[in-house]
Design a protein around this ligand. Structure first.
Ligand code: ZN
Length: 465
């Protein structure tokens, strides 16, 4: 059996030299969501020093259930006839296993747990497992999502009691099967589907509480009871929870960068008198299909989705602003949209009921006004980012088919703040100063989007009508 993760206890207990401890802590910090309770709940090894969180880590911190079971290890054995997936827990955990098609995945669903795995998975690639992710799916609900190289049959999972220094172990064997057999059994279990529908209904009943946000008090008499003229802005920090987004050259995760910039942007906009809602304010997964409906429920005047990019070419750098179009403005934009639209696949959302043609229905002349407003905002955002930060892509305004921008009546744009794969971008994006400037630039663009007709004192160009 190939052990893909070193046992964590061994990492610390085997040699507590300062270098090893530092290396171990670096790896732990890469998994920021689990870091806080790792220090509190660890029954195996306690480090002498717990370093303070950096900016990206602080953004991901959130309350987690004390005393929750801990995932200690995961191993994959790639054998000729089967692939064996073993997950080790500190306590017995109630879990369930199901499969999802298109793309083919195996999901291990469980109550909220604490993760104490270290390092990214390394696979030989011979077996059924293409890749896997783990993390929080919903509050109270964690999961592994295994992406497959081909169709498999998952055996009934076996749970082994603790022995020989190991904790409780979930053993799952994956045997190759036919696509037809796989498809026949794929799909979310009925009760899970019902639970998700109930969660969506709850969110629509109490939208203002959905992300723990309350509007600020009215500013300078611009709003009166029942006749508010405040503009409503929805900020959508991409990814979250099990879906970390892209990982930077320094280990910085997209989900944390965009959440932190989103919070700074929210504070800036509120100070300017806007009503602001965020699709997420913690490190939690939000399905793509919940994000633009969230904006519609809040009657948003503008939807801003925040992301950061990566590219195999480490020289590619700069911020870009994307608006919706059926066809990407270029191949790279289309590829980026495909990548950003992967979020639900990564998190194990059942897409079998999704109608991808919905995009082409939405993008017709009836939405021309929305698209014009979106385009205008993108132009403003590029303009103010250009004045405020020194990272901007050569063609900063592009378009592609992003799921989160499909709302027919809410203008919006998706902003890729920079490339975490580029050294300069990544280091700048790690600083508070750059994050404040980027948030300020976007807030300036919002101001200009809703400003009355004025001559700009800076460039003399006409602002929006
Ligand atoms: Zn993203």
């Amino acid at each position: 059996m190939l052990t893909i993760r070193k046992r964590f206890a061994g990492t610390l207990a085997g040699n507590t030299g300062e270098m090893r401890l530092k290396q171990a802590m670096t790896r732990i910090l890469a998994f920021a969501g689990g870091f806080l309770l790792w220090a509190v709940a660890s029954a195996v090894a306690q480090p002498a020093v717990v370093p303070g969180p950096g900016p990206a880590v602080a953004a991901a911190m959130q309350p987690q259930p004390a005393g929750a079971p801990v995932v200690l290890d995961a191993r994959i054995g790639e054998h000729a006839d089967r692939t064996r997936f073993v997950v080790e827990f500190s306590d017995p955990v109630k879990f369930r296993v199901f499969t999802l098609a298109n793309p083919d995945r195996v999901v291990i669903d469980m109550p909220e747990v604490l993760w104490r795995l270290n390092g990214p998975p390394v696979l030989a690639g011979r077996g059924a497992v293409h890749s896997y992710r783990y993390g929080l799916f919903r509050p109270g609900n964690s999961r592994f999502v295994i992406e497959l190289n081909g169709p498999v049959t998952a055996t009934d999972p076996l749970v082994l009691p603790p022995e020989d220094g190991y904790g409780y172990r979930l053993v799952l064997d994956l045997f190759p099967t036919t696509q037809a057999a796989f498809d026949k059994h794929a799909g979310w279990p009925a009760d899970l589907r019902a639970r998700e529908a109930a969660a969506a209904q709850m969110a629509s009943l109490a939208p203002d509480q959905a992300a723990g946000e309350t509007p600020p008090p009215a500013a300078h008499g611009t709003a009166h009871k029942g006749t508010s003229t405040r503009k409503v802005i929805v900020i959508d920090p991409g990814h979250g929870g099990i879906d970390s987004g892209t990982i930077g050259i320094t280990g910085m995760e997209e989900k944390n960068v965009v959440l932190d910039v989103g919070k700074r942007l929210a504070a800036d906009l509120r100070a300017r008198g806007y009503t602001v809602y965020m699709t997420r304010t913690t490190d939690v997964f939000i399905p793509l299909f919940d994000r633009d409906p969230f904006a519609r429920r809040h009657h948003a005047d503008l939807f801003i989705s925040l992301h950061s990019d990566s590219n195999p070419d480490k020289g590619v750098h700069g911020a870009s602003v994307y608006t919706l179009s059926e066809k990407g403005s270029d191949k790279e934009a289309a590829a980026l949209a495909r990548q950003e639209n992967q979020s639900d696949i990564i998190a194990g959302v059942d897409l079998s009921g999704d109608n991808s043609s919905v995009a082409s229905i939405l993008i017709d002349l009836a939405q021309r006004d929305t698209m014009n407003k979106s385009s205008r905002f993108a132009t403003e955002a590029v303009g103010s980012l250009r004045r405020t930060t020194d990272i901007l892509a050569p063609e900063p305004h592009r378009s592609a088919n992003f799921v989160v921008l499909r709302s027919p009546d809410v203008p919006g744009a998706l902003i890729e703040l920079g490339y975490l794969s580029n050294t300069d971008d990544c280091h700048q994006m790690a600083t508070s100063d750059w994050r404040n400037r980027a948030a300020g630039a976007i807030a300036d663009a919002v101001d200009r989007q809703f400003a009355p007709v004025v001559a700009s004192p800076v460039t003399g160009e006409r602002a929006v009508e």
